[in-house]
Design a protein around this ligand. Sequence first.
Ligand code: LLP
Length: 420
Amino acid sequence: MDAFQYRGNSLLVEDLPLSSVAERFGTPTYVYSRRAIVDAFAEFRRAAGTRDVLVCYALKANSNLAVIDLLAREGAGFDIVSGGELKRVLAAGGDPSRVVFSGVGKQETEMRMALEAGVRCFNVESESELLRLDRVAGALGRRAPVSLRVNPDVDAGTHPYISTGLRENKFGIAHDAALAAYRTAARLPNVEVIGIDCHIGSQITSIDPFMAALDKLLELVDTLHAEGIVLRHIDLGGGLGIRYADEEPPSREALFRAIFERIDRHPRGASFGLVFEFGRSIVGNAGVLLTRVEYLKSNAERRFAIVDAAMNDLMRPALYDAWHGVLPVEARDASPAQVYDIVGPVCESGDWLARGRKLAIAEGDLLAIASAGAYGMAMASNYNTRARAAEVIVDGSDAHLVRERESVESLFALERRLPR
Ligand code: LLP
């Protein structure tokens, strides 16, 4: 959260007081720092040095066109999981030859779109998908570049909902079934095997699970090589964690160093390119959700700060019991602090953004919900017919509106009443 700092009692994003963002654009509003996004990506690039590494940005974390555009300008590749995300990459000026297409349920139309755009690689998650892709590519007279997503059965040590590399998860092809799937792929006429892929989970805060997954992939790479199936790249997915509270995830540099060391020890290490698919670690700490306290209220048990943002805006606390910092936008030194649950107006007891936080606040105050740049707006909904928040990117002391606040009318514009 380096781009969000207090100057005196005021919380700034880069050089701009967050209070002025609220004044100009209203609340709730997602506010991102351009510098924080660019710096996070640049750190990956620096860590990669001159190696053959493609750092993709996993769009699902935050798919605003301006974010994609910024990262495209920095040379990022993109990890997509739908035809919709591909359209966003293209609309934002991203390069399709730097796109990898992940996801367990790719539809034929999505495959066609991706083949026509010329994506770099399909990360295929089952034999059925492989056969479908071969057929779709054949009909278009193309060859589809593929990696198989292998499920290495590694515990990422993260929340069960965002753990994806365990045997019991729906993702990927089981490690012990991968060889057979590669053999199938190798004999399909319209598929070109180019790599191997895994993604073991998200918000991973230690290097070990990445290394365990890499070891499993390298084992397979050797077996495949012995059969004459030669791979050009290894895609290790995303998943590097960020600090929400007191987590201490490895630095981008430390993670890459460990991976490079392991690759360099492999006899054919120099022949593999590496691909990554990072989302959270690029945008997570580059954004906050700016919200205003509507009411303070207490009952026999608790004190509540009812704010104008809700679970529909930021779903992570309700869904994963996730912890986000809460920062007063104008700190009140003199007022006594109380312990509050920060809750929204949605009609569910699960509608909370933070619980048990000691804050000195009054009705009308602004709060910044921290570390909301990833999986915030991207997972927002219109539950309770709530228009989704505006999105703003701050660059120095300039604020750019990158998504207007939705109008309520637009929420039911596609709906029709029955004929009389
Ligand atoms: N690649 C694949 C195939 C993925 O499924 C994901 C995330 C990523 C890359 C990016 O992972 P990251 O670097 O952002 O950890 N909504 C949850 C996170 C879900 C992650 C799903 N897959 C949350 O708010 O914590």
